[in-house]
Write a protein that binds this ligand. Structure first.
Ligand code: SIN
Length: 483
């Protein structure tokens, strides 16, 4: 494809310099659609992580003093560069992650918009000045950057999950150590290059890919100069990281797993519900923490909804993400495909009916056919576990109370979707779902201008929106005596 893989840097990025890892080791990055090696990337070691912390700590003070407008301008230039290079960025993402080119282009735009959004937020870091209610002074409240941050990004959105953390950190005046995912590090390395071109000073952003997350994370979090962790990934790993941050009481943002319910009420516009279902299920091939994980449909419309969804899912074209007309690419790895197989087989064994799909595609690449499961029994694992694949299990409900109870019957609380024409019901159910986000008559909630995040086992903290920068700012109060 366009030679983009040959053009991007594949070393560690520390203190503004590209360099080999301490022991010069590398690891391979593969195309999940062909199972072929794309390139080798420097495999970061613990001493590299320590060097990255040194660089971030050394750059922190001057960076915090850089005028907000200047920080915002760097993000704005980076947004512009991403738009100009959108085609190359998209191809690279498709090659390393598998999603279709159309989806990669959408992600590049989504990712770039975080930079534009936070370039605008950089100049709105406010505070307050008020009289002391008891008299004799003034209260000055201001906000300051938390300090060097560790940002751990996932493989499913190789660019957007990076810009969603880097954007507010830059805007707030924080320096960073980024640990990109082992499976898809290339987009982040390319982004580091682009941000340097946009004017980001040395040491502000350091990127350390590695085959061992703990090898990087342990020394970084053990250093008390690092003041914040932002993590996107599984709840299991998130729990361990929360414990690890206790040592130095680092601030945390945890964007963890989901198990999103998709509720279709009898009065819903079924065309809109099926369109929304396709978006919520097939966006990123289902490999998203906001993917609809289970469909609960009102009894009177369940059969018709399942029929229409089945027709749409079987009409998808599977293939390598770079091929024209392909709408569903491969899953990220053999391990991920096996997990999908396991959950579908579990449901099938317990009595679920496969109305389309339910199988892999022969040949190379980790492909799994878009699948709909009807009559899924309550005890099927797929209703409790995040499938992270193109599988839509459908069950029914009798009334609104049951729909809400089913929706909330999970330890997770990231997002819920509901389709109804009844505005009262939309507001009622939206408020009663125990989630951080709700999509009402839409299968897409993600938006750089909105606060993305969950409750319960889906984590805490918000990314995007005006709330996104708060995660990178400490509140400081100055007591001023006035005679
Ligand atoms: C995720 O899956 O981690 C985030 C998805 C999104 O931003 O839409």
């Amino acid at each position: 494809m366009s030679g983009i893989v040959e053009r991007i840097p594949t070393q560690l990025f520390i203190d503004g310099k590209w360099q080999d890892s301490a022991d010069r080791s590398t690891f391979g990055v593969d195309d999940p659609g062909t199972e072929q090696r794309l390139c080798e990337v420097a495999d970061g070691q613990a001493t590299d992580a320590e060097a990255a912390v040194e660089a971030a700590a050394a750059a922190q003070e001057a960076w915090a003093r850089t005028p907000p407008r200047e920080r915002g301008e760097i993000l704005r230039r980076a947004w512009q560069l991403m738009r100009e290079r959108a085609d190359d960025l998209a191809v690279l993402m498709t090659l390393e992650m598998g999603k279709t080119l159309a989806e990669s282009r959408t992600e590049v735009n989504y990712a770039a918009e975080f930079f534009r959004w936070f370039s605008e937020e950089a100049v709105r870091i406010d505070g307050r000045y008020s009289p002391n209610p008891a008299g004799g002074g003034r209260l000055i409240v201001t906000r300051q950057p938390v300090g060097p941050c560790l940002l751990i990004t996932p493989w499913n959105f190789p660019l957007a999950m990076g810009t969603r953390k880097i954007g507010p950190a830059v805007a707030a005046g924080c320096t960073m150590i980024v640990k990109p995912p082992q499976l898809t590090p290339l987009s982040m390395l390319n982004l580091a290059d682009l941000l340097t071109e946009a004017g980001l000073p040395d040491g502000v952003l350091n990127v350390v890919p590695s085959t061992s997350a703990t090898r990087i994370v342990n020394p970084v979090l053990a250093d008390a100069r690092v003041r914040k962790l932002s993590f996107t990934g599984s709840t299991e790993v998130g729990r361990r990281l929360v414990e690890q941050c206790a040592g130095n009481l680092q601030r945390m943002s945890m964007e963890l797993g989901g198990n999103a319910p998709f509720l279709v009420f009898a009065d819903a516009d079924l065309d809109a519900a099926v369109r929304g279902a396709l978006t919520a299920k097939l966006r990123n091939n289902g490999e998203s923490c906001v993917a609809a994980n289970r469909f609960h449909v009102a009894e009177p419309v369940a059969e018709e909804f399942t029929r229409r969804l089945t027709a749409e899912m079987s009409a998808q074209r599977i293939g390598h993400g770079t091929e024209k007309g392909v709408t569903v690419g491969p899953l990220i790895s053999a391990e991920q495909r096996d997990k999908v197989i396991e959950l579908v087989e579990d449901a099938r064994t317990r009595g679920a009916r496969v109305t389309t799909g339910g199988e892999t595609v022969a040949g190379t690449g980790y492909f799994y056919r878009p699948t709909v499961l009807a009559d899924v029994p309550e005890d099927a694992r797929i209703l409790r576990e995040e499938v992270f694949g193109p599988v839509a299990p459908v069950t029914t409900f009798a009334d609104e109370d049951e729909a809400v109870a089913l929706g909330n019957d999970t330890e997770f609380g990231l997002v819920g979707y509901l389709f109804t024409r009844d505005l009262d019901r939309a507001v009622r159910v939206g408020e009663n779902l125990h989630t951080g986000m709700v999509g009402i008559n839409t299968g897409l909630v993600s938006n750089p201008a909105a606060p993305f995040g969950g409750v319960k086992a889906s984590g805490f903290g918000r990314e995007g929106g005006p709330e996104g920068i708060d995660e990178y700012l400490d509140t400081k109060y100055l007591a001023l005596a006035v005679g």
